[in-house]
Design a protein around this ligand. Sequence first.
Ligand code: SAH
Length: 462
Amino acid sequence: MEKQGKRNFSGKKYQGKQTDSNKGKKSGEMNKFRERNMSREMKNSGGMNEPGREKNGSAIAGQKAKPEQRKDAGKPVQKKKSVCPAFEKCGGCQLLDVPYEKQVKKKEKQLQEQLRSFGRLEPFIAMENPLHYRHKVKATFGRDQKGNIISGNYREGTHYLVPVDNCLLENEKADAIIRTVRGLLKSFKIKTYDEDTDYGLLRHVMVRVGHATGEIMVILVLASPVLPSKNNFVKALRKEHPEITTVVINVNDKRTSMVLGEKKEQVIYGPGFILDRLCGKTFKISPKSFYQVNPVQTEKLYGKAIEYAGLTGKEKVLDAYCGTGTIGLIASDHAKEVIGVELNRDAVKDAVINARQNQVSNIQFYQNDAGVFMTELAEKNEKIDVVFMDPPRSGSNEEFLTSLLRLSPRKVVYVSCNPETLVRDLQFLTKHGYRMEKGVGVDMFPMTVHVETVVGLQRKNM
Ligand code: SAH
């Protein structure tokens, strides 16, 4: 093995020259990627307008059908009122009206059916408090037919804006901040943007909340760069929500369904990013960084991934599709050396900063296509003991999987947000020398149909 810093894989190696330059310009590709991969980001989310009812969590988690209801037989069926007035309109959640225990059973059963033939599944990891888990929240601004300012989500697949005040999936502080922004617009004479006429200023507001740190970032997405009285606007916003630690302006002047524009953000308050802690490590979250939206369940997910890797401190580990380096950095305490590979340039920059922030010196990040990078590793006869792979919904590809076989790591830990592509890739790997040791489903997106899975694979000839 060549010494660190001397390798010449074609993946560009980032060694920490960057400062916090990742504050802004993540490529449009990433945004497109996000748009295509809603389950990771769960872009839309349900809403609810009736004050007070949001606390009624039991309405979701319980209420079996009572036998008396059968007396209604023959009478016109009245559809039960949903706990959320935007349910089935905004499209952010599909299972909100299904009791949570039922959702969990359904997801576990489905996963059992899909993975049974490969190996054993551990009990599904449900969420203890399955509401208000989204720590990244976005709202689109516009006007209703009467001209009132509204904020909410587009109905899935349309540009029809469904008003959302309190979403049962979203962080409550984030929702409150969005409501405050909406309330301030009139006095600051800020017009909401109208897609049809291309007139107006405010398009979206995105709020990102650090679960462990409590730090909060507000991203104002504008159609053009100038926010009138921006300092006073920040002052008024922070007067209501002193917990906001940074406010940035993102300009999106394209006719697009992407939320964030590609250009670097303008920081109008604070450092332009927030920090969060996960599994004992600190991570920097920039406006465009990929960071799992459900931090409580993410700790469990990553914990399982590390457990399945069975690291002893001697291994050389590859974190493929590493994003901002989360899994690799968490694994670095338990391994000799870690390398991370990720396609998105800005995510890699964040990963390097994260390594430095956590004083991790046994990790290197490369910006490259994971398959291309793996092929080069295999051609150089690199020895990799454990591979973590966390691909997008489309799963891995042939190049990656064939080079994985050539590298022949002792263990592969597959983190998947799409059981279908997971099954496809497992079929390949189990036909070619690997067996599934165990797996587990983690409910990262309660109230939705999406499931996250971790699978531990072991090389057979050991
Ligand atoms: N492991 C990270 C990120 C997972 S999301 C975490 O848990 O936060 C999947 C990541 O794969 C994204 O960051 C995306 O940019 C990256 N990606 C997508 N296609 C890729 C490819 N062909 N090669 C390398 N990385 C890719």
